[in-house]
Design a protein around this ligand. Structure first.
Ligand code: D41
Length: 678
């Protein structure tokens, strides 16, 4: 390493790589394709190889260095890293604000400003910058002493080795949370499972384990990020008067901050934020275990001070735990729409993720083997948001002496047909097809569901009754239900029967895509059904298509194509379609639209910012269906930019180039005009 002055073009190359790194990892707004970034990086590496004595420690190639020789060393935090008090409900949050107002001598209902932010579930760390250069990274540890993890934090791309811009204090300690992305965690565990390695329990443990590596090469391979949530020591320079302004300034210096940082004053605003973040929680790419509310103004923070290591001016609002411990009382087997036999654990009821849970899916026998689960076991159950509860771990130490292995049934528990398991598939299926009452019922539920024929009022309970009373067995039986028979059922009055019959009649007029979806062909979801309908225009042509022809349809691979062909090859399926048409089910058929005639053929769109109503992938799918190309960067060739919340540089570039910009709301209106409803 040397302090030699770099040639100007190399200096520029370093800066350019740093900028793209910052745009990608901190702003989430890359402006060049990954391949181009790789090219720049390789160029710099090549030059450094030829000039080994000119390599700067802050060069973007120097993130992965040597192992620390003496293992991890302890460091003492110059300013202790405080902990957080907890609140578990709105009342406790209200008490927190009242205590603050009391201390500040304000009336109990005065409103001061709070910063609200997600509580990331990771490892708290401290970064020390001297003259803008990262000189040390350390874990929080017990708040007083932590471990020196400089060699590992240097490998994290969202942590700048050198601060950007200017005006930063000579000595600046930044504090934040290092966490692992959910997707990266899943991929890492999938790989570990494949090679028979030990799995990590959750992303937080995986992040902790990654930072505890002596070899920074290992840490560098882990998908870690860091978001900053406060500053520690500040010397030789000033920072703003409040928390939010400080975090924004840190962001401008190249450090990542969480995008969901907002201000709130009243309790009502804080509760609304809680509600919004709880909704969003599952869609976030990282785990959060709550929210943090902080008095925004530093002078007020100082007046409030702290008690026993926790500041009086901040509180963590904890979400209900997503994991809980319970016991497996028995394992039963359910039969799904496609005959798939799914083992389900019946649990001693347990409160988790905000509801009482007494069933959890076990997916298949491989999963039971992987978990090593037996009936009677104590297990950890996970429930996040509205996702189906899942058994994630068996606490084998607590296994009772009378625990019993799970035995897979020999025949279908509903219709006693033979169970088959296709080579290489994890799932076993009942071979009864529509002769199995369970499959029939599931198929009917699917047929009437919202995205299929959308027969509102024909719910799961009613179908259950109709199937068990043998009033409905096949799809077309729905169309021959009589008022008289329906009136005989419990809880079915004159009005509701009339309404249901009217809905059944009205929804006979449907679309080809809904009809294809409703048939319940394996692996044909709504998107595939739409693509098939668009491509062929007529049901007869879908029926007649062979595997090769089907594979030409967007997103149809060999497996889906095979499922479609084998569905239409079965005479009883064709008979059902025929009966449905005879019962009056119909849809408009038309020649498929040629690509060149699509409304947005040849147009180039760019999506930027957060699209709150539909998300980027849905927006992209709509645009592509209309024939547009969706590009990642704005250029003169761009026809239109759709700018969601917090759009940044792409929006600015579009404005600079005079390109049409649509807000998300305008975009939805625009799509509606083209016949796309969201
Ligand atoms: O996201 C977090 N985990 C987070 C942790 C956060 N957003 N803010 C935090 N703020 C603080 C204070 C108020 C003490 C500056 C924290 C933590 N502390 C914290 N993390 C671990 C212990 C304390």
């Amino acid at each position: 390493m040397s302090v030699n002055v770099l040639p100007q073009e190399i200096q520029q190359l370093c800066e350019s790589i740093d900028l793209h790194n910052y745009r990608y990892h901190v702003l989430d707004e890359p402006s060049i394709p990954d391949a181009h970034y790789d090219k720049l990086f390789k160029q710099l590496q090549a030059w450094e190889k030829d000039n080994p004595n000119m390599v700067s420690a802050q060069s973007p190639t120097q993130r992965v260095g040597a192992k620390p020789k003496a293992g991890f060393s302890q460091i003492t935090h110059e300013m202790p890293m405080l902990s957080l008090d907890n609140a578990f409900n709105g009342d406790e949050l209200g008490d927190f604000a009242r205590r603050i107002n009391d201390r500040l001598g304000l009336t109990s209902d005065s409103h001061i400003e709070y910063a609200c932010e997600p509580k990331l579930d990771g490892i708290a760390v401290s970064l020390l910058y001297q003259k803008g250069v990262l000189i040390r990274g350390a874990t929080r540890g017990d708040g007083t002493t932590g471990e020196d993890i400089t060699h590992n934090v240097r490998t994290i791309a969202s942590i700048p080795l050198k601060l950007r811009g200017s005006g930063y204090p000579e000595k600046l300690e930044v504090r934040g949370e290092i966490y692992m992305l959910k997707a990266g965690f899943a991929a890492m565990n999938a790989h570990a499972a494949k090679i028979g390695d030990k799995l990590f329990v959750n992303p937080r443990n995986a992040a902790a384990g990654s930072l505890r590596q002596l070899d920074p090469k290992i840490t560098a391979r882990r998908p870690l990020e860091m978001c900053c949530y406060s500053v520690g020591v500040v010397e030789g320079g000033d920072i703003p008067d409040d928390h939010i302004a400080t975090l924004k300034l840190l962001n401008s210096w190249g450090l990542k901050i969480n995008p969901h940082l907002v201000k709130a004053t009243s309790l009502a605003e804080k509760l609304a934020y809680i509600e919004k973040m709880q909704q969003l929680r599952n869609q976030l790419p990282y785990e959060i275990d709550g929210l943090v509310f902080k008095v925004n103004n530093y002078r007020l923070q100082q007046r409030l001070g702290f008690i026993s290591r926790a500041p009086r001016w901040a509180i963590a609002y904890k979400f209900p735990a997503e994991e809980a411990v319970t016991t497996v009382e028995k394992v039963e087997f359910q039969v799904g729409r496609t005959g798939a036999i799914t083992p389900v654990a019946r649990l001693a009821p347990v409160f988790v993720g905000g509801v009482t849970v007494s069933n959890a899916t076990l997916h298949n026998m491989d999963e039971i083997a992987r978990l090593g689960l037996q009936v009677g076991d104590t297990v950890v159950v996970h429930r996040a948001g509205d996702v189906i509860p899942k058994v994630v771990r068996v606490i084998t130490e607590d296994r009772p002496a009378n625990s019993q292995a799970v035995v897979f049934p020999d025949s279908c528990p509903v219709c006693q047909s033979q169970i088959v398991r296709i080579e290489g598939e994890a799932i076993s299926r009942c071979s009864g097809g529509l002769t199995c009452a369970a499959q029939r019922k599931e198929a009917l539920i699917h047929y009437v569901s919202k995205k299929a024929l959308d027969i509102d009022g024909l719910g799961e309970k009613l179908i259950d009754t109709l199937v068990s009373k043998e009033m409905v067995a096949k799809f077309d039986d729905i169309y021959y239900l009589s008022k008289l028979n329906l009136m005989r059922l419990e809880r079915m009055g004159d009005k509701s029967v009339d309404k249901l019959l009217a809905t059944i009649e009205r929804t006979k007029q449907t679309t080809l895509e809904r009809f294809i979806y409703a048939l319940g062909i394996r692996e044909v979801g709504e998107a595939t059904a739409r693509n098939l309908s668009k491509e062929f225009g007529y049901l007869e042509r879908v029926i007649a298509a062979d595997v090769e022809r089907l594979e030409q349809v967007t997103d149809v691979g060999p497996i889906v194509a095979k499922h479609i062909v084998s569905f239409f090859a079965q005479a009883h399926n064709l008979a059902v379609i025929k009966s449905l048409r005879e019962a009056g089910v119909n849809w408009p058929e038309a020649e498929p639209v040629a690509a060149a005639e699509l409304a947005l053929a040849g147009k180039v769109y760019v999506l930027t910012g957060t699209l709150e109503l539909m998300g980027r992938s849905e927006a992209k799918a709509h645009l592509q269906e209309l024939g547009a190309k969706v590009s990642g960067s704005v250029s003169k060739k761009t026809d239109c930019v759709v700018a969601g919340a917090a759009a940044g540089s792409k929006l600015k570039k579009a404005e600079d180039l005079g390109i049409e910009v649509l807000s998300e709301a305008d975009f939805v209106v625009f799509l509606n005009k083209l016949g796309v409803t969201i």
